[in-house]
Write a new protein. Structure first.
Length: 107
Protein backbone atom coordinates (compact mmCIF):
# COMPACT_ATOMS: atom_id res chain seq x y z
CA UNK A 1 0.00 0.00 0.00
CA UNK A 2 1.23 3.47 -0.74
CA UNK A 3 1.12 6.44 1.62
CA UNK A 4 -1.88 7.84 -0.22
CA UNK A 5 -3.88 4.66 0.43
CA UNK A 6 -2.99 4.84 4.12
CA UNK A 7 -4.13 8.45 4.18
CA UNK A 8 -7.40 7.38 2.57
CA UNK A 9 -7.97 4.85 5.36
CA UNK A 10 -7.73 7.56 8.00
CA UNK A 11 -9.44 10.39 6.12
CA UNK A 12 -12.68 10.02 8.12
CA UNK A 13 -10.82 10.22 11.42
CA UNK A 14 -8.73 13.13 10.18
CA UNK A 15 -11.82 15.07 9.08
CA UNK A 16 -13.55 14.37 12.39
CA UNK A 17 -10.52 15.62 14.35
CA UNK A 18 -10.20 18.77 12.20
CA UNK A 19 -13.78 19.74 13.06
CA UNK A 20 -13.18 19.46 16.83
CA UNK A 21 -12.19 22.38 19.01
CA UNK A 22 -9.02 22.31 21.11
CA UNK A 23 -10.89 21.27 24.26
CA UNK A 24 -12.66 18.48 22.39
CA UNK A 25 -9.31 17.28 20.96
CA UNK A 26 -7.75 17.21 24.42
CA UNK A 27 -10.73 15.27 25.77
CA UNK A 28 -10.53 12.84 22.83
CA UNK A 29 -6.80 12.28 23.33
CA UNK A 30 -7.28 11.69 27.07
CA UNK A 31 -10.13 9.28 26.33
CA UNK A 32 -7.99 7.35 23.84
CA UNK A 33 -5.06 7.21 26.28
CA UNK A 34 -7.38 5.82 28.97
CA UNK A 35 -8.75 3.25 26.52
CA UNK A 36 -5.23 2.18 25.53
CA UNK A 37 -4.15 1.97 29.16
CA UNK A 38 -7.22 -0.15 29.95
CA UNK A 39 -6.45 -2.44 27.00
CA UNK A 40 -2.85 -2.82 28.21
CA UNK A 41 -3.98 -3.69 31.73
CA UNK A 42 -6.57 -6.15 30.41
CA UNK A 43 -3.97 -7.79 28.15
CA UNK A 44 -1.53 -8.00 31.06
CA UNK A 45 -4.14 -9.72 33.24
CA UNK A 46 -5.07 -12.05 30.40
CA UNK A 47 -1.40 -12.93 29.82
CA UNK A 48 -1.01 -13.52 33.55
CA UNK A 49 -3.97 -15.92 33.51
CA UNK A 50 -2.60 -17.71 30.44
CA UNK A 51 0.82 -18.08 32.07
CA UNK A 52 -0.84 -19.56 35.15
CA UNK A 53 -2.80 -22.00 32.97
CA UNK A 54 0.41 -23.04 31.20
CA UNK A 55 2.15 -23.56 34.55
CA UNK A 56 -0.79 -25.60 35.83
CA UNK A 57 -0.78 -27.71 32.65
CA UNK A 58 2.97 -28.33 32.93
CA UNK A 59 2.62 -29.28 36.59
CA UNK A 60 -0.23 -31.67 35.73
CA UNK A 61 1.83 -33.27 32.95
CA UNK A 62 4.92 -33.70 35.14
CA UNK A 63 2.84 -35.06 38.03
CA UNK A 64 1.13 -37.49 35.66
CA UNK A 65 4.48 -38.59 34.21
CA UNK A 66 5.86 -39.12 37.72
CA UNK A 67 2.79 -41.15 38.69
CA UNK A 68 3.05 -43.28 35.54
CA UNK A 69 6.75 -43.88 36.26
CA UNK A 70 5.87 -44.94 39.81
CA UNK A 71 3.23 -47.34 38.49
CA UNK A 72 5.71 -48.77 35.99
CA UNK A 73 8.23 -49.30 38.79
CA UNK A 74 5.57 -50.98 40.94
CA UNK A 75 4.50 -53.24 38.06
CA UNK A 76 8.14 -54.15 37.37
CA UNK A 77 8.59 -54.99 41.06
CA UNK A 78 5.47 -57.18 41.09
CA UNK A 79 6.65 -58.97 37.96
CA UNK A 80 10.11 -59.50 39.44
CA UNK A 81 8.60 -60.90 42.66
CA UNK A 82 6.29 -63.14 40.64
CA UNK A 83 9.21 -64.50 38.63
CA UNK A 84 11.19 -65.06 41.84
CA UNK A 85 8.35 -67.01 43.43
CA UNK A 86 7.79 -68.97 40.21
CA UNK A 87 11.46 -69.99 40.10
CA UNK A 88 11.38 -70.77 43.82
CA UNK A 89 8.29 -72.93 43.32
CA UNK A 90 9.91 -74.89 40.48
CA UNK A 91 13.11 -75.33 42.49
CA UNK A 92 11.13 -76.53 45.51
CA UNK A 93 9.12 -78.86 43.27
CA UNK A 94 12.38 -80.21 41.86
CA UNK A 95 13.75 -80.85 45.38
CA UNK A 96 10.52 -82.51 46.53
CA UNK A 97 10.46 -84.75 43.45
CA UNK A 98 14.12 -85.78 44.07
CA UNK A 99 13.32 -86.56 47.70
CA UNK A 100 10.24 -88.51 46.61
CA UNK A 101 12.30 -90.49 44.09
CA UNK A 102 14.99 -91.18 46.69
CA UNK A 103 12.45 -92.35 49.25
CA UNK A 104 10.85 -94.65 46.68
CA UNK A 105 14.25 -96.09 45.74
CA UNK A 106 15.09 -96.85 49.38
CA UNK A 107 12.01 -99.07 49.91
Amino acid sequence: MSDIDKDDEYIDIRQELEIMTHAELVAEVISRIKDQRKMLVDNWHENKKLKQEVQDSRKFITDTADQIQKWEDDVALVIAKGLYWKRSFYFLLFLVSIMFILTLNQR
